[in-house]
Write a protein that binds this ligand. Structure first.
Ligand code: CO
Length: 137
């Protein structure tokens, strides 16, 4: 496997019960927030909090079946995933599959804004859910 130095921390994903309450906390810190966005496929409503070089993603479930709702029911609110931005997602996924790393979905998905992403299962990462997104070219 080739060692890579061009990955970046794209965002930290945080599961919250109430986007309204969570937004108030970050506003109190003096941070600017993006507009709310709903991702139907993942059953979440989200807000991005831009930081120097990275972002915080606040995720509120929009249904009881949402993975975020199930996460909160099991573990409570808090850090849900980290997201790494990679130059060539298909290449990284190919390498992970060769190494036998467990991915949450079989294929790369297309998310909000047309970005390509996939999740690496926490059972293969020492307990951390890792989202991989492809850098805009
Ligand atoms: Co994310």
């Amino acid at each position: 496997m080739n060692l890579k130095t061009d990955f970046a921390l794209d965002h930290l994903g945080i599961a919250v019960n109430s986007l309204k309450a969570a937004k108030e906390i970050y506003e109190k810190l003096g941070l600017a927030l993006s507009a709310e966005e709903t991702v139907e496929a993942e059953q979440v409503r989200l807000v991005m909090v831009p930081l120097e070089g990275t972002r915080i993603e606040l995720l509120e479930p929009t249904s009881e079946e949402s993975v975020i709702a199930r996460f909160i029911a099991k573990r409570g609110e808090g850090l849900h995933h980290i997201c790494l931005r990679v130059p060539d997602l298909a290449a990284v996924v190919g390498e992970l599959q060769q190494e036998g790393v467990r991915l949450v979905s079989k294929e790369i998905k297309i998310g909000a804004g047309g970005h390509r992403y996939i999740f690496v299962h926490p059972s293969s990462t020492g307990g951390v859910l890792i989202e991989l997104v492809e850098a805009a070219h």
